[in-house]
Design a protein around this ligand. Sequence first.
Ligand code: TK8
Length: 365
Amino acid sequence: MTTITPSHRSTRPRARSSLTTLMAAAVLSLTSLSAVAATEMPPLPDVTGDVVKGDGNDYNIKFNIGLTQSSAQYRGLEYFKKIVEQRSDNHIKVQTFHSAQLGDDLQSVSALQAGTLDMTAPSTSPMVSMFPQFAVFDLPFLFPTPEIADKVLDGDIGQQMLKDASTKGLVAIGWSENGYRQLTNSEHAVTSPADLDGLKVRTMQNPIHLDIWRTLGANPTPMSFAELFTALEQGVVDGQENPWITIESSKFNEVQPYATETNHVYTPFITLVSERTWKRLPESYQQLLRDAAKQMGDYERHVSRVMNDQIKQELKDDGMKITELTPEQVAVFQKDLAPVYDDWREKIGGDLIDRIRAESKVDSK
Ligand code: TK8
């Protein structure tokens, strides 16, 4: 992060900033144009809250994500940028990077720890070796509805996880949504685990996901998201699993004719700041980043949910052969995956799993 001290804030930086704003607006309109072309994304909300007083210094924050410009995650990032820049009266500039321009999920986390990048928002799954309790998000069918996911993320469990993950050179300040994962493949329609026999499925770099697909009879391969499209295109792997909005925004449907609506795992994104960046910011700006991360997360979840069914329909209209499983067919996947819970209950902590399950019970009453 570059810090620009007050002396530099004579007229010149201001002039430069209007140019940057113009460019940002141009980029924004381009971005929104491409998004609008595909599916109507909910408009960026207005910024609420007063201008926050800083220490007179200017700050530049680099924020990198793995998904493309037309993802719900990038839309959330645009809102984060809008809030932070407006409420700091442009004393903080947020530079946004997408499509793993500055590295994939794990590379970005390491860059935060090294202080060469300021912010990122990876999936929790690749970080399980650093924070084992994140593995609870990888257990199949544990979050039956987005509302239960919200209760867990915004409730004591999720907030405690943010505190526990604020270590190892990282500060965890919020949650957003990757979403419910769906299987796609290049070979044939999948309606039961038997159809997965020997299918080469790419998974995130996560031991539970490997366990899930091995248990179902597939042949899983852990791989960075940044390599996935090429691996699918070249047939290195036959299939992968991600939310509908990622399948479309990463154009996986162009190399994957078949999809099955499995909703087998709910994956969140966690919003992280480099501890080195965090310590340089005055407390008022630290709080501003926390507030903006919360608002970004709420808006991004809204976008992700509004878009989910629309995009599934668009993928169908574009010729993707989507199998919607019956409740009986889903039950077969759930039964076959029950052993995964036995494998991981102890490592993750039975108490945490039971507390999350209890949320579902409360909800179903
Ligand atoms: C993007 C990844 C992606 C994830 C995956 O950086 O790796 O499949 O679902 O969203 O975090």
